[in-house]
Design a protein around this ligand. Structure first.
Ligand SMILES: [Zn+2]
Length: 221
């Protein structure tokens, strides 16, 4: 079930206060339109009744896709307080498990809206998030000067990926400007997959142990 609740919000432009209904969670199996709204930047978007200013409220959101058996917990304060985000994630995982009649959803954790969108596309494409983050880790490691993890993030781009190659976009973290595109051979991905699958020590889970799976975080740690 998708859940929206009224929130007291102050317009960032004119300061007018209003009560606005915002989504806490969306179930895209029941409400596929909400997925489209999220992708089109319309979810939790507000138009001020006083000055007509349009803005988006970035607040915690649970995204659920029961048909594909995944959910994503997005907590915008995660980058500032990762430990709190990890705690919230575990509580959310428990409440998902306890919810009656809900299929077993694999819960993911993201800190940024752009990561939420990326993760949805990645999972819809049937890819493994740890494997994709490992590929990013390789790209960061081999191109340290061009793609500096302190200032740049890599985003998997599903739309421009094809059967031969995976597409990654380089984004400036501060300005959010997209600066370039990198292609990665899918053949290498399946080689990596085989390599990790044949390794009994599960190195991918060891490399990315936290609920917040991120090559950038791994590089910065
Ligand atoms: Zn206003």
């Amino acid at each position: 079930m998708s859940i929206a609740r009224p929130y007291p919000i102050r317009c960032p432009k004119c300061g007018a206060e209003a009560e606005v209904r915002l989504y806490d969670s969306i179930n895209v199996g029941e409400d596929p339109q909400l997925r489209e709204d999220l992708m089109a930047n319309r979810l939790n978007a507000v138009t001020c009744g006083a000055c007509s200013f349009q803005y988006r409220v970035d607040k915690p959101l649970l995204y659920m896709d029961p048909a594909r058996e995944f959910a994503v917990w997005w907590t915008p304060e995660g980058a500032a307080d990762p430990a709190k985000a990890d705690d919230e994630y575990r509580r959310m995982q428990d409440s998902l498990r306890e919810a009656p009649g809900r299929p077993d959803l694999k819960l993911h954790l993201v800190h940024e809206r752009v990561e939420l969108v990326e993760r949805i596309f990645l999972l819809e494409a049937g890819l493994d998030e740890r494997l994709i983050e490992y590929v990013k880790y390789l790209i960061f490691s081999k191109n340290a000067r061009k793609v500096d993890p302190r200032t740049r993030r890599l985003l998997f781009n599903a739309q421009d990926s094809d059967p031969e190659s995976l597409c990654f976009v380089v984004q400036d973290v501060e300005s959010r400007r997209l600066e370039g595109v990198l292609k990665y051979d899918r053949k290498m991905l399946s080689d990596l997959e085989t390599m990790f699958a044949n390794n009994p020590t599960q190195p991918l889970a060891e490399l990315f142990p936290h609920p917040y799976v991120s090559a950038r975080k791994l590089m910065l740690d």
